[in-house]
Each structure stands twice: as C-alpha cells, then as structure tokens.
Ligand binder design. Structure first.
Ligand SMILES: [Ca+2]
Ligand SMILES: [Ca+2]
Length: 312
C-alpha cells in the first residue's frame, strides 16, 4: 500500500482504524489445525546425545517446510547439539536442514527444514497425520556438573509470540495457521516551508508535537493464530545414574527391560548403549560391556541377586 499524506483532519480517522484493528480477534476454530509438542527425557550428568522427540500433528494441510525455535528456560543443565537427528522421522531425507543458536550458547535452537531445495519438486511433504512418529529428534548434552541451584529439570519451550520463529509451510508455499491483518502506521509531519497553500518541505515530528499532516502507511502483518496452531513444550530431567539401568529410560530401576537391552546390544542390534558406563556392571571395572557384564546382570536379576558395581 502506498504512502499518503493528508491534512490534519485525517488524524482522528487513522486512530479509529487502528483501534478497530486492535480489537480484531483471531478466528475461532474447534481444533487446532497444527500442533507441535516436545517429549520428556531423562539424562545423567555428562551424558551426550540425549534424544528428545519433537512431534507434529497436521490435521488439515501437508507440510513441506518448517521453522521452529526451541528455548531452554535456564542455562547450566544441558545444551543443544548443533544438529538434529532425522533418521526414521517424518522429515527423513529432506534436502535442507539447518540449525543455529540465536543466543550463541545453544540453550536455544532454531531449526529450519525444507523438503526440497529451491527449484526442486516437492515430493517428500508430510501429508496430514496424527503425529505417531517424531518430526525430528533434538540431541542434548548434559553438563558434567549441572548447576545444583538450577534444579534437575530444564523446560524446552516453543514460544509462539514471534511469527518469524514459528512457521509451517504447505507445498504451495502458504503458511499454516497464520492470519494476515493490515497494520496502519501513522507518521506526523509539520510543514517548515510553505508556498501559498503548498508545502515545499516537511519535518517529521512526534505524535504529541504540533503537526499539520499525517502519513498513513498500510502494510500486511502476519500473526500466528493460536486458534489454529498449538504447541506444548517438553523437558529434560537430570537423574542420578543407577548401575545397570541401561534401557534408555533412566528410570532408576534395573529390571528385565535392562537385560533385554544388554542382550540386544551384545547379540542382536549392536546399537550402542546411551550411557556405556552403566552397563559395565561385572565389578571388573574394565571399561567394557561384554558377556561378563551380561552374566553379572542375569545373576543380579535371577540367580544370586548380587550387587552390581559400576564406575560412575
Ligand atoms: Ca531401567
Ligand atoms: Ca565389564
């Protein structure tokens, strides 16, 4: 919209228009069209690569790109890794994936993901789905000595205040859950050089200063419609390490799920343990997780109930 200069009588009309704009309420919808949530995870001091799932439910539109900003509520407990894990997630195979910390300390993380690069065909967009699989996974490193005064839990929030930090886009490029309103900016001018009824030169003044003209500039302004978009944050809790608690839950108990995990690690999937030191339970303190540790774990759970000994 163009810039228009009008004489003083327009000033009241502008104020009325602005007042009407401010009273506009977001559109009302029964269910959000798009919801994003973060799960909860436990970690032990010094643990790296703690995985925290981020989920998205898109009830209506396919998603071909997104920008998401996630913020910790306090420092001193953990930091984000400068990457995210997309293996087996909804945006696996997307061509563009960028992360950065706006604060520079990686207690916040901005994630930008686009299914196809510029000029490419959008062929991996996420169709409407119920969020059963993660959108992607955050990776966090727990401080070796978490700040004892910060408490054991750090919240991971998705602020919705800033449209430029929360954006989900359809394959046609349209943003999901946004509303566009017209913002009217008003500037005030005082003529400093008259030639008859014509002003040769204006000087911009503050609204409370004398003025004889106003400039009205209308521009589209995008807002996040919280009736269409919902978010729910997650958290990471630092727990005391328990010898033998290797099933990934860090639930503080040693049971058959931990035994299953060790058998899987040693004989089936060979997927590394998230905290290997918790699996070195055979009292040898050899730094290895092997058949001796499996034997000790079986004995602890089923035979002589011996104590497990780790170097934590
Ligand atoms: Ca366990
Ligand atoms: Ca061992």
């Amino acid at each position: 919209m163009g810039l228009r200069l009008r004489r003083k009588s327009v000033g009241m009309l502008v104020r009325v228009l602005v007042a009407v704009f401010l009273c506009l309420a977001p559109s009302v919808s029964a269910l959000p069209e798009l919801e994003v949530s973060i799960s909860h995870a436990n970690g032990v001091p010094g643990q790296q690569h703690v995985s925290v799932d981020v989920y998205m439910t898109n009830h209506v539109d396919s998603v071909a790109a997104f920008l998401l900003w996630i913020q910790m509520d306090r420092p001193g407990i953990a930091v984000f890794q400068p990457t995210v894990d997309t293996v087996g997630t909804l945006c696996a195979g997307w061509e563009i994936l960028e992360v950065q910390s706006l604060g520079g300390q990686y207690t916040d993380l901005k994630v930008i993901a686009i299914t196809n690069g510029i000029g490419g065909t959008v062929d991996k967009a996420i169709p409407p789905q119920d969020g059963l699989a993660p959108l992607f996974r955050l990776l966090l490193d727990v401080e070796s000595e978490p700040d004892p005064f910060a408490g054991p839990t750090v919240s991971l929030a998705i602020p919705l205040m800033l449209p430029q930090l929360f954006e989900f886009v359809r394959p046609d490029g349209q943003q999901i859950g946004y509303s566009t309103v017209m913002v009217i900016d008003t500037s005030y001018f005082q003529c400093v050089s008259w030639s008859g009824d014509s002003c040769l030169d204006y000087e911009q003044v503050a609204a409370w200063e004398p003025y004889d003209s106003v400039a009205i500039e209308e521009s589209p302004h995008v807002i996040i419609d919280t009736a269409l978009v919902g978010t729910q944050g997650g958290s990471l809790t630092v727990v005391e390490p328990v010898c033998g608690d290797i099933d990934g839950s860090l639930d503080g108990s040693v049971d058959v799920s931990d035994l299953t995990r060790m058998i899987s690690y040693l004989m089936i999937t060979f997927e590394p343990l998230s905290v290997p030191a918790l699996g070195d339970v055979d009292s040898s303190l050899d730094g290895l997780v092997d058949i001796a540790d499996l034997t000790a774990l079986i004995a602890h759970l089923m035979i002589d109930f011996r104590e497990l000994v780790c170097e934590l």
